[in-house]
Design a protein around this ligand. Structure first.
Ligand code: UDX
Length: 441
């Protein structure tokens, strides 16, 4: 009989995983402790913007016309315990307030609730990003006859559906053959389509996730450090990235210099990794991550300084600053630790009149930073601006018509914090275009 799957926690990761499991043909039950989320998901909607996710839900959520009916949602732990052969734990592990360490309280609570209802012979699979050593501790909480596996998730926001259905690798940390066999059954389709299946022990599986994110963060901060050198010497970081990226050992991806990384994963994961290394007496191994973090945070201040300089070098008081982009990356409505919103906020706090526009992130941005100005379109944000900052590389911004925007502002200075606009097009339309880490024209 086909395995029955539950997904505990229906945030970003859980909602996507549940829909993907249904797409792979399994009967799936998703649980969340927030009834409003369950209500929303049960009607095929998601509380965030993620391309393709609502379509996938609508295809499978029970009760939606024409759906397979394979996917349901509940708030009942008893139902989860009775239903599931395999339970995926997908709750979040945010950064603790005022500390580097990650907050394990949601994971601990999920395991405690699950332990009370799980059937003998079932498999529990942790997907949340946790400090190394957590799986071994959590295994102790489960009753006799219930196995644990750790199966980190590598999905990127904006590509969550495709990353989940066709992952570029599947990593499973196991202690026994039964868990491995069950997970091979769960992932038979993507493995059959070529996704590598890597079997490890618990600590390695946990470390794979945090080390992968640390490597990505390092790559971004490395190129941003080179951008600082380019700024000091007149070099061009975009050309430099292109040139070093041709070396296969380095690779061209994740070498876009700009205002740096943000979001709900990279910043908090490298901090939690440092905190955990400290607890393990291995802090020296990760002191370089402190530098990665500080290069990253410094970029935001450098963007503010670039804007100040463009405005004549002294104060933002009374100056109008248009900010294009609020989310931490395009194709997402997520503003968690967003470099764009941080830059907008810094300028606002220094007296600038900031007007922000973002294609999908306005609601979240307004909620976390209600005192900023907001416009309904890019054109409205730019109207009358003394300087325009391009801070999230949405396609909509690349496709803007510089001539149309030139007509609504007389100062015509645009600063590209993402190295993503076609500078020549902007210059041809009468703009002064400057990008981080690149020479002035
Ligand atoms: C990341 C990992 O990529 C993913 O594997 C993991 O599961 C979760 O964390 P995500 O947070 O969705 O995914 O974003 P990602 O695409 O990695 O981008 C992170 C940040 O880095 C963004 O703010 C982005 O703008 C920035 N970035 C990315 C750069 O500044 N330069 C680059 O070249 C690439």
């Amino acid at each position: 009989m086909a395995l029955k799957i539950t997904v505990i926690g229906t945030g970003y990761l859980g909602a996507t995983h549940a829909a993907a499991m249904a797409e792979l043909g399994f009967e799936v039950l998703g649980l969340d402790v927030v009834p409003e989320k369950i209500e929303l998901l049960s009607s095929g909607r998601v509380p965030m913007y993620e391309p393709g996710l609502e379509e996938l839900l609508a295809k499978h959520v029970a009760g939606i016309e024409g759906s397979t009916g394979r996917l349901r949602f509940t708030t009942s732990w008893e139902e989860v315990g009775t239903f599931g052969d395999v339970h995926f734990v997908c709750v979040n592990t945010p950064q603790k307030h005022g500390e580097y360490a990650c907050d394990m309280s949601y994971v601990d609570a999920a395991f405690a609730s699950l332990a009370a209802v799980v059937r003998e012979g079932a498999l529990v699979v942790g997907k949340s990003t946790v400090p190394v050593g957590s799986a071994e501790r959590l295994a102790e909480l489960l009753p006799e006859g219930v196995e644990l596996a750790w199966n980190p998730e590598f999905l990127r926001e904006g590509f969550a559906v495709q990353d989940t259905l066709r992952p570029d690798r599947i990593v499973v940390g196991v202690q026994g053959e039964r868990a491995e066999k069950t997970l091979r059954e769960v992932y038979a389709v993507p493995v059959g389509q070529g996704s590598p299946f890597v079997v490890t022990d618990f600590p390695t599986a946990e470390l794979v996730k945090t080390s992968a994110n640390s490597f990505l963060a390092t790559k971004i901060s490395f190129i941003n450090a080179m951008a600082e050198l380019c700024e000091a010497t007149g070099g061009d970081v975009a050309k430099l990235a292109e040139a070093i990226g041709h070396d296969d050992r380095i690779g061209a991806k994740f070498l876009r210099a700009g205002i740096g990384f943000g979001g709900g994963c990279l910043p908090k994961d490298i901090r939690a990794f440092m905190a955990r290394a400290g607890e393990l007496g291995a802090d020296q191994a990760l002191t370089f991550l402190r530098e990665i973090d500080s290069i990253n945070m410094r970029r935001r201040g450098q963007m503010v300084e670039m804007a100040r300089e463009a405005l004549g070098g002294s104060t933002f008081l009374g100056r109008r600053v248009a900010v294009l982009g609020a989310t931490f990356k395009p194709d997402s409505d997520d503003v968690r630790d967003s470099p764009a919103l941080n830059v907008a906020g810094q300028i606002h706090l220094q007296g600038g009149q900031v007007t922000v526009y973002d294609p999908k992130g306005m609601e979240n941005a307004r909620r976390v930073f209600p005192t900023l100005g907001y416009a309904e379109t890019a054109l409205d944000a730019v109207r009358g601006a003394d300087v325009v900052l391009h801070l999230t590389e949405w396609r909509e911004f690349r496709e803007l018509d510089p001539a149309e925007l030139a007509a609504v502002t007389s100062s015509r200075v645009i600063l590209d914090g993402r190295n993503a606009l076609d500078g020549e097009r902007w210059r041809a339309a009468g703009w002064t275009y400057r990008a981080m880490g690149r020479p002035r024209a």
